[in-house]
Design a protein around this ligand. Structure first.
Ligand SMILES: NC(=O)c1ccc[n+]([C@@H]2O[C@H](COP(=O)([O-])OP(=O)(O)OC[C@H]3O[C@@H](n4cnc5c(N)ncnc54)[C@H](OP(=O)(O)O)[C@@H]3O)[C@@H](O)[C@H]2O)c1
Length: 211
């Protein structure tokens, strides 16, 4: 699949590298394709990855992962241009400054706000509720880290669920995009436990079922 990733940081770089290693054609849409950080991501991602401008990367894409800080998401979407009908994966969390919680929630979510900004896109919330280190390796012994996904387009969710499952996640579909209101606070809990309470990034949330 042709996957565009807007942002080549912790999450974009990690997921892009893994999908490129799995044989997908990965294009990073970035502000400076020649920056040392982007060049290092490309070097480790291998022959299936390239970098170009956000607009060019988005235009050619079937599926776009938005992987910028929340404060840059609207700008990144505007830079991408027309996203109608494209699958847009929203892994962002609408963080308030200073790890002090979420900037929005309860009656809306970052995922729903992304859908308003990216008019006509088939938005799927995914990859937001755990850390980048768990995206590099979501397998703990015999257990797979749980990844909730949600969205209003069934086909888009199947595609994104497949992209998450091939990396080793257990997928739980929580329903419509409005249910992004639930995993976003869960992401905040993960961040709080990891970086305020000192658990560090080597833990993850798992749905357990009674046999
Ligand atoms: N880190 C995690 O473990 C984690 C886990 C789950 C979800 N998330 C969410 O994922 C998102 C990305 O997090 P991250 O840790 O990967 O961030 P990061 O390492 O800081 O990387 C952010 C990337 O976004 C790019 N960017 C910034 N502003 C941009 C703009 N206006 N247009 C285009 N690109 C822009 C940056 O490029 P430049 O080099 O040009 O600045 C950089 O490549 C955040 O919303 C975060 O809440 C993070």
């Amino acid at each position: 699949m042709n996957i565009t990733i807007i942002g080549a940081g912790n999450v974009g770089g990690t997921l892009g590298r893994r999908w490129a290693h799995n044989g997908h054609q990965v294009t990073f849409g970035v502000r400076d394709p020649h920056s040392p950080k982007v060049q290092e991501v490309l070097r480790t991602a291998g022959a299936n990855a390239r970098a170009t401008s956000v607009r060019e990367a988005a235009t050619a894409a079937e599926c776009i992962l938005l992987a910028t800080p929340w404060t840059a998401v609207q700008d990144a979407i505007q830079s991408a241009g027309n996203l109608a009908d494209k699958i847009v994966i929203d892994c962002t969390n609408p963080l308030a400054p200073g790890l002090r919680g979420l900037a929005l929630g309860h009656t809306t979510s970052g995922g729903e706000q992304v859908a308003r900004w990216a008019a006509g896109a088939r938005v799927v919330k995914a990859f937001n509720m755990t850390g980048a280190k768990n995206m590099a390796n979501p397998v703990y012994g015999a257990q797979q880290v749980t990844m909730c996904i949600c969205g209003d387009d069934a086909e888009a969710k199947t595609t994104v669920g497949g992209l998450a499952a091939e990396l080793g996640f257990e997928i739980i579909d929580t329903g419509s995009l409005t249910t992004a209101r639930y995993p976003e606070p869960l992401a905040m809990l993960w961040i709080h436990l990891a970086y305020v309470q000192g658990l560090g990034p080597d833990f993850a949330f798992k749905v357990m079922r009674r046999p």
